[in-house]
Design a protein around this ligand. Structure first.
Ligand SMILES: Cc1cc2nc3c(=O)[nH]c(=O)nc-3n(C[C@H](O)[C@H](O)[C@H](O)COP(=O)(O)OP(=O)(O)OC[C@H]3O[C@@H](n4cnc5c(N)ncnc54)[C@H](O)[C@@H]3O)c2cc1C
Length: 371
């Protein structure tokens, strides 16, 4: 299964590849010390990276899910943290505008979103609501004299791109049984920044924790199931991200194995090293097929509940295993900060946790098969 891109998509992916080679990979170590440069969302917006999947009629590029997944793969080869943010911004935030915002909301925000002036974040996770997303405690209360507007109270954590975001999509409870989503501007009195959450991998992504104290939120009607449904495309993007990490790690491992000599031969001539390379290459290839298949099905308008989970689960485990084996091939040097492999090994971990941990992907798959 090979993805088919139209001419515009091919040119776009080539532009992304050049951007990654020139501006992302050379800076990945530097960005990890803090975060991306302040103009990152304007730079990426110019290339169309943050409007990739949005319909053309709404000002987006209207590219396929296959293009989105491949973009995430390419960016992850240069900087997995940037790929994670890009995946979430496209599939969870911009797609939210496409599916749930009304014309007035799009009119107010979309131009800024697409130019990179209004960076976005998606806020579901809370201290007591992670895998069990229905446990969200943040509460939305309607404001009587302002139809469509609600007061939001609660706490959100692990919000990717939160440090950059000017606008959040917040999942909050509207009743004891129902949850929905709201657009919430950061710049308002009730927003209380509780600081950045430092993480062992993808740390440049600027993950934030914050309180909402009577913050004003603008309702984007949609049931919890509808809003959460965007995670399926999101998981294909994280699958693409994991694939990019695994590919890059494999390349680094192969390169190193050809240079390093012990016992009078290069590591690449030792069978146990060759086995690690062969097993990784096979996993990478299989991950590629599952990511492409899920993306292709999405592009055909088919449901991808279990296929998105196959793609994300398999690709994230391929990234985990490949980075681990390739670090092993680097020996002691693999544990130093002089070699990129240790960073990929740390960054890969996120793909097993974010947008539904591996255990949850297995639950989703089993549920679909056993229904
Ligand atoms: C770097 C980073 C960025 C993130 N970005 C965002 C973001 O932008 N927006 C957002 O809303 N969230 C974000 N998250 C949160 C992420 O989605 C959650 O961490 C993830 O869903 C897991 O939730 P949790 O951490 O609360 O773990 P828990 O839900 O407490 O799970 C802990 C462990 O128990 C397992 N487990 C839980 N329930 C079950 C079950 N029923 N059966 C078997 N095993 C189970 C889990 O798989 C996991 O291994 C981010 C997290 C990280 C680390």
């Amino acid at each position: 299964m090979v993805p088919v891109f139209n001419e515009e998509e091919k040119k776009f992916l080539a532009d992304v590849e050049r951007f990654v080679a020139d501006c992302v990979l050379p800076n990945t170590r530097e960005w990890e010390k803090d975060t991306f440069p302040p103009d990152i969302w304007k730079q990426t917006a110019k290339l169309g990276i943050t409007s990739c999947v949005l319909k053309k009629e709404m000002g987006g590029r209207g590219y396929s899910c296959a293009t989105y997944a491949d973009m995430c793969r390419i960016i992850a080869r240069g900087d997995p943290a940037l790929a994670m943010n890009v995946a979430a911004i496209n599939a969870l935030c911009v797609a939210h505008f496409e599916h749930f915002a009304n014309d007035e909301q799009r009119e107010k925000y979309l131009r800024g979103v697409l130019s990179g002036d209004i960076p976005l974040s998606w806020g579901l996770t809370e201290p007591d609501a992670g895998s069990d997303a229905r446990r969200v405690q943040s509460f939305a209360t309607p404001i009587e004299d302002k139809p469509g507007y609600f007061r939001l109270n609660g706490q959100k954590m692990f919000i990717t791109n939160g440090g950059f975001a000017k606008l959040f999509i917040i999942i909050a409870r509207v009743s004891d049984t129902e949850l929905s989503a709201f657009l919430m501007e950061k710049d308002q009195p009730g927003f209380e920044d509780l600081g950045r959450i430092p993480t062992t991998g993808v740390s440049a992504s600027y993950t934030l924790k914050f309180n909402m104290n009577d913050c004003i939120g603008w309702h984007t009607p949609g049931t919890f199931e509808q809003v959460i449904g965007l995670l399926y495309q999101g998981r294909v993007g994280i699958g693409g991200m994991a694939l990019g990490i695994a590919e890059k790690a494999l390349e680094l491992g192969i390169e190193y194995s050809k240079q390093r000599e012990q016992f009078g031969m290069t590591l690449s001539r030792m069978q146990s090293v060759q086995n690690m390379i062969a097993d990784s290459a096979m996993q990478v290839e299989a991950a590629r097929l599952l990511v492409h298949k899920a993306a292709w099905m999405h592009d055909q308008g088919m449901p991808i509940v279990k296929e998105a989970s196959y793609a994300k689960l398999f690709a994230s485990e391929a990234a985990r295993d490949t980075t681990n084996r390739m670090l092993q091939i680097h020996g002691g040097r693999g544990m130093t900060f002089d070699y990129l492999i240790e960073k990929l090994w740390r960054d890969a971990k996120l793909t097993e946790i974010g947008e539904g941990a591996s255990e949850i992907q297995r639950l989703v798959i089993a549920k679909a098969l056993l229904k």
